[in-house]
Design a protein. Sequence first.
Length: 415
Amino acid sequence: MADPQTIARLYAEHINPGLVRLMHFAGVDQMEVRAEGVYVYDGEGNAYLDFLAGFGALNFGHRHPQIVKAVEDQLSRQPLSSRVLFNEVTARLAHRLSQITPGNLKYCFFCHSGAEAVEACLKLARLSTGRKKIVSMNGGYHGKTLGALSASGRHLYRAPFEPLLDWFTFVPFGDCSALEEAVTEETAAVLVEPIQGEGGIIVPPDDFLPFARKVCDRVGALLIVDEVQTGLGRTGRNFAIEHWGVAPDLMPLAKSLGGGVLPLGAAVGTEEAFRPLFDKPLLHSSTLGGNPLACAAGLAALEVLESERLAERTFHLGNLLIHGLNNLKNRFPDFIADVRGKGLLVGIEFADEDGAALTATMLIKRRILTAYTLNNPKVIRLQPPLIVEEHHISEVLSAFEDALAEVRSLIAQLA
Ligand code: PMP
């Protein structure tokens, strides 16, 4: 097996030297060689507790046995579709998604990533309403393809590509009156995350999402609820929008939909939203989208979500984690400005970006994997696989306390 330095050099020479610099700066100099459950292992056999879970792609943990088995079985039959004949596993997953998602999301378009799922929803909203404008949220994150980026709210990622699509108007997340003002008879859709993930784990006021539904209905616009990061049990419900009892018209899904084993994305939507594709079924398509191998992973993932009652246990474990972090906030008020989240999507906002970056580095040193939120580097996220146990949470809380103490003493020495 190659040593981590050789692999870092290959990254620097053939992937991106800037990424290697960033990883070294964050204290990462090891190479992962295998993973199981909530742990990732390096070549020396060290175990890292995974509290990032691949940015939310590993709700079921690494290599969940039931999902791996379903994928192995499918692999031995047929991994990719001929794309000429019908395929059972693809049809069954679309059917299962229509049953498990909130409201009346009857139809499904399969792809591989969150950004692609968002692109499909944006195109469907335009097609089905015949309108061009989309209202999106400041700080929102929907991916980095050109359409999804145009809908996302961080200047740093947008600026080099401007002008982006001019379909979008932005409003502050959670602001009902700004939303009401922005949504007009020209609005095709409102695009919103039920809880902003990369924006810094922000839970909206309770009236916001029901209000968004009402405002859309008033003018005949669609409500697109992006559950790419919040879906599949992450926040203590199968889908985060269920906390507010709101039925979307379109919902992009990805990340954990592939069971932590394969890439899989989906745009699910009402019959109304999908109707324009009925006459022109190839107007939007993807060669490998909905392949049997990924769909086998998706079907098994949905079974595990239900049979292990992951949403319920997540709600309980999330409360434990948030309670423990609030205690730390009281002990380290000079660093921690806020603790927030729902279920196991938890953000810790620091007083400044340096405090967050240093603490994340100290956690990695203690073999706890985490990262900042992409649109808000002041916030460290804790989002472990949903199969995590209470003792892992205690372990992370105590490592967090140690890390904060070390950051405090480092800063004192520098002062
Ligand atoms: N939507 C949301 C809410 C996300 O959090 C993300 C990724 N963090 C995406 C879309 C984009 O997903 P992907 O990286 O798979 O394109």
